[in-house]
Design a protein around this ligand. Sequence first.
Ligand code: 4AD
Ligand code: MG
Length: 451
Amino acid sequence: MLIRELLCLNAEGQDATVRGWVRTKRELKSLIFVEVNDGSCLSSIQCVFDHNNDTLAALGTGCSVEVKGKLAPSPSEGQKTEVVAETVSLIGGADNYPLQKKRHSMEFLREIAHLRARTNTFGAVARMRSRIAFAVHEFFQNRDFHYIHTPVITANDAEGAGAMFQVTTLDIDKANSSPVDYSTDFFGRKAFLSVSGQLEAETYATALSRVYTFGPTFRAENSNTARHLAEFWMIEPEVAFADLEDNMRLAEDFLKFLFTTALEKCAEDLAFFDAHIQKGVADTLRKVVESRFVHIAYTEAIKELEKQSGKFEFKPFWGCDLQSEHEKFLTESVADGPVIVTDYPKEIKAFYMKMNDDGKTVRAMDVLVPRLGEIIGGSQREESLERLESRMTGLGMNVTDYSWYLDLRRFGSVPHSGFGMGFERLILYITGMANIRDVIPYPRAPGLVAF
Ligand code: 4AD
Ligand code: MG
């Protein structure tokens, strides 16, 4: 049985077998206490021995063990059940185990990413990721969305931002001829890792009506921040016959569902984050669930920011990208909660967004949350072939490369909308962790790829 199951039992005297890794061993008078954790839940189970022996003497933190005994109510504080141990077998020793201290720095733990899941913090993060990923599927599946597996390798730049990793089998050391002849490369043309599954999701939304993707996403932007990864997981719903208002409602319902799941289904881990990682994180989630997201057009948001111009390091002006300090001000001072900023200037948004009648702004939306800033980015898509083509041409894009995408506007075009949410941004928010590198098992960032 897993420790999580054993701890739920109240059966005094029932035989119990515990298998896991030793967290601590303490000796008190004639008793020996061994705390064993198997990662099935945050709690360890205490195994109490009334005799010492050679195996017990050799046990230390990090060893894997099997303990057999009987369940009993625990007199110790903070736990209901313990094991009155009868036998112990050492399965794997752990000499010079690096995780000895109660609290190691996050930086140190990043260097031993293969062992950090054995700490309370990283175990809790891993369980939270798993349960919330399940909730993502639950949310969409319950609403008749179909899960589409969009490709990881792609020939197109979905965001037009140009920060892509190239995929090639050409020998870089020898491919110094300029220009490189990509017709001899694996795919016969240039290929990349996908920065977004959106464009492919759109092809399925205009066939299955409601779809979503949830997969690895890659960005080669040199953003060495606590909110950016080079490899992350993105969730992208795409809905036919939906406008920006529908999109905003979907995003709000989605976040509220995920936060409610964290509060209700991950209570033990969330309480840990609240106590040890960020005080008040559970209340932050509760507050979002109870809030109504404030909607504000970009132009209005800039007016609000300009009133406080002196406050900011980066002076806001119409046309600027919102900086973290601006996002923070909007969520914390203007709205005191989540804010959806809409209708951004077309110059700072992607080519596929629907143009407003003013010809200057597009039907974009960014969902900003207090403390983190942007958690979701999305838009209504341009469904007019003429307008989309002229926008792409204006941006210098090669329209023939995207003829498949333009076909969606040629054949049965419909208004449609969608958004993208970085899964790690979400987990960062739910757990209160400080750095995005600590909410994914193996972080990839500029200069960082351990193995
Ligand atoms: O705002 P972005 O770039 O939007 C898109 O990619 C659209 N194609 C989405 C869509 O409409 N289907 O990215 C969406 C979200 C961001 O709001 C952020 O949460 C996350 O993806 N994100 C990152 N997360 C971690 N590291 C990075 N480098 C990220 N870049 C974006
Ligand atoms: Mg964005």
